[in-house]
Structure formats: C-alpha cells, structure tokens
Design a protein. Structure first.
Length: 406
DNA sequence: AATACGGGGCA
DNA sequence: TGCCCAGTATT
C-alpha cells in the first residue's frame, strides 16, 4: 500500500505539476526564497512577490547587503513580516559562514533564521535531492486521509510522527519530486473542503475515502477567534512647509508589524474590551488630538473621515479614522500648549501602543520617548512599507484628494 | 504546550 | 459576513 502510494503519486506528478517560477531552476536560493514566502501563503499570492524579490535581490549577497527597509518594502502586503527580517539575517549568515552559497548540510540549513523543520526538509530535498521529509499542512492532510490517521495535526507531536512516515515513503533518489508531488496533491486534488477524489491517483487505497470519512480529516483543533480592538486613527494633513503631506510614524522594532509605517492611532477605550468604539466623535477626536500633541505633532480636528477593519490571526482591528490639520505649538481647539496637552494625555493614562519609540526623544529627561515620524506625499509611499490596512486608507485619501473630493 | 505573528479565499 | 488556511519563534 505504501509503495503503491509513492509510485502512483510520482507518476501523477509528472503530468499534473504546475509550471511555477521556482520550479524552472534548481537554484537553492530560489527554492529557499519561495519556501519562506510559501509559509502560510498561497502559491497565487506568492508568484508576483517572488518575481519582484529575485529581480530586486538577484543573489544572496545582494540580499545580505541591502538596507532592511528595502527588504521590508519588497515584502509589503505579504504578511508575517518577521519572515523578511529573518530571511535577510539568514542571507547574512550564509555570506559569512558559507561563502554565499546555501549550505546543503542539514544542521547548517536548520540553523538559518526562519528555517524550521518543514523549510529545512523542503530545501534539502528540492534543492539538493536529499531524502528528507517536508511536512506542511498539505502533506498532513494527504497523509491523514490516505492512512486514516486521526491525530490532531495542531499538536507538534503529530507533525513529528508524520515526518517519520513521510520519510519512509520517499522512493530511492526521488525525494525532490516526491515531496513536491505530495504537496501538489494536497493543493490541487486532496483539498481541505471538497477533495476531488475522482481525480486522485491514489484513491483506490485511500483509507479515509474507503471509510467515507475523508472530509472529516485531518482532525484539527479550531483556532481561537481574534480579540477585537477599537482604535482611533489620525489622518493629519500638513500645513505650511508640510502642505500636501500626511503624517505617518514608524512602528517599534519588535512585535506586531515591526518597523512598518502607519497612521498614528490610539486605543478608543482603555480597560473596557467589551465597550467597543462607541465613543462619540467629539471626545474621540479630543483624545486623538491629545495623543498627537503628546507625540510632538499638535493638530486640529477636522472631522470623521472613514472606518476600516483589519484582521490579524489574533487581533481584529476596528479603526475609526479622523482628519486633522497640523497646528502650531498652541492647539487652537483645546487652548492647550503642546506640552500641557501631552501632560494631560499622559495623566489620563494615554498610550501609543504599537507606535512606541524606536529612538529616545530629543527632549529633556522625563519626556516620553517619541516615535519616528515623517510627512509624506503619495510618491513617498514607494519607499516606505505599510501594512495593507493603512495602504488602503492612504490610497483612498490621496485618490480623493486628487479628484478634489476633499 | 501555548501564544504571537498577516493576509487572502471561499460559501 | 464569517469561517478556513497553517510554519517559525518565543516563552
């Protein structure tokens, strides 16, 4: 039954395999880049990023020497941005330790940043033909159905067991094709919702199918729902020297969306997770104005602009966006000087969660650290990496501004 | 073992 | 609109 599986799967792969950019060469660098991009990400999404990435960073050395912001910009919109940071750190490892060549040694490959058990197996087998298993979600789904395995695939121990099984199934000298065939079957035929069993090369001996339980496999504990977060967001239009520009800030070096750029935003409410974003516009804008002043950019509220939502795996953001106009040091709407507004905001328990400082502020001791900020035009967006939600807001704003709708 | 970490596709 | 998908690092 096992030999049948491997032979028929390989035969099917010969004719069914997709023509993918990283399958056109055997370049270990291309295989590596593609495998990192494919973590948690669909093939169709990855393809344009892959082309852009290898055009911008043709060799490992190019990647190692590039400014980090360039790498992040190239990854913009792809998500899980630590992958990009780890990838560049790993490229530097490869240059320093392995002369710029992807190592073919298992321990060395596994030691690269961002390379875990799956990616190590994929690189070793696909790029170097070594008989290592490469067990991802597709593979676990296929194996759990074919062998009717009811272990919870969310448990790490299950992946280890699947690796043992997958390793045994690799035909002599065929690791590269076999591992890709396994994943290709999961992606094209043995799909999560309604598998195309009639098109499956190994249907005859599929234990899950024979038992009529294929759609109930693999067994998998459900993920928790993302917790909602309500945030007030400021779209501050520059005046005077900054006329025609919008204020953006850079996020902290670690954590969510590390080092990416965003519009300033603060929690709508503190310590009331169930309360939602029900704060009336007036108080909401006052709160935002105080936060902006505290960050060194006093501004006058113009009114509500739009709402936006963004879902991460663990957080659901509800953003209420307000327009502001850059003010002088004395905030006309509150009558407070910037420093007083700042103090008032701090006293009220304000924070700039996620936007905290990358460098200490230039102010006197006791001043809260200031985030790095910039006044940008639409053209400046080409060099700064933004999460999708802010890309949407900024593009809509600049579009409407251009059309004279604002 | 549990949690942090994006974004897209589908019914 | 709501649910599904799922590798690596960190703790």
């Amino acid at each position: 039954m096992e030999q049948y599986f491997s032979e028929h799967l390989l035969e099917w792969y010969e004719t069914a395999k997709r023509d993918l950019p990283w399958r056109r060469h055997r370049d270990p660098y291309y295989i590596w880049i593609s495998e990192i991009m494919l973590q948690q990400t669909r093939v169709d999404t990855v393809i344009p990023y892959f082309h852009r990435f290898i055009e911008r960073f043709p060799t490992i050395t190019d990647l190692a020497l590039a400014p980090e912001e360039d790498v992040l910009k190239c990854w913009e919109g792809l998500g899980y941005y630590s992958r990009a940071r780890n990838l560049q750190a790993a490229a530097q490892q490869v240059v320093e330790l392995h002369g710029g060549q992807v190592p073919s040694d298992k321990a060395a490959v596994s030691a690269l940043k961002g390379v875990g058990p799956y990616t190590a197996g994929a690189i070793l087998s696909i790029a170097f033909g070594q008989p290592e298993p490469a067990v991802d979600g597709n593979v676990m789904r296929v194996l759990s159905r074919y062998f009717l395995l009811e272990d919870d695939i969310m448990k790490p121990a299950t992946r280890v067991r699947m690796e043992t099984l997958a390793a045994r199934l690799i035909p002599e000298g065929r690791a590269a094709d076999f591992n890709q065939a396994l994943m290709e079957l999961g992606a094209l035929v043995c799909t999560p919702k309604s598998p195309s069993c009639r098109a499956c090369p190994v249907m005859e001996h599929c234990q899950g199918r024979l038992a009529g339980v294929e759609t109930q496999l693999p067994v998998k504990t459900k993920a928790k729902k993302p917790r909602p977060e309500f945030r007030l967001t400021a779209l501050v239009e520059g005046t005077g020297a900054e006329e025609g520009r919008v204020l953006v800030r850079q996020r902290a070096a670690t954590g969510l969306l590390a080092r990416m750029w965003e519009l300033p935003h603060v929690p709508a409410v503190e310590d009331q997770p169930g309360e939602g974003g029900g704060l009336p516009d007036g108080p909401a804008m006052d709160r935002l104005a105080a936060a902006l002043a505290a960050e060194g950019t006093p501004a006058r509220p113009l009114g509500p602009y739009m709402e936006a939502e963004h879902t991460f795996s663990h957080i659901h953001w509800n953003l209420r966006v307000f327009r502001f106009q850059q003010a002088e040091a004395c905030d006309a709407s509150t009558g407070l000087m910037a420093a007083e507004a700042s103090a008032a905001y701090e006293a009220a328990g304000g924070d700039n969660a996620g936007g905290s400082a990358e460098r200490a502020g230039a102010g006197a001791a006791g001043t809260a650290p200031q985030p790095v900020t910039r006044w940008i035009t639409r053209e400046d967006m080409a060099e700064l990496a933004f999460p999708n939600v802010f890309l949407r807001i900024l593009n809509q704003y600049f579009d409407e501004k251009e059309e004279g709708e604002l």
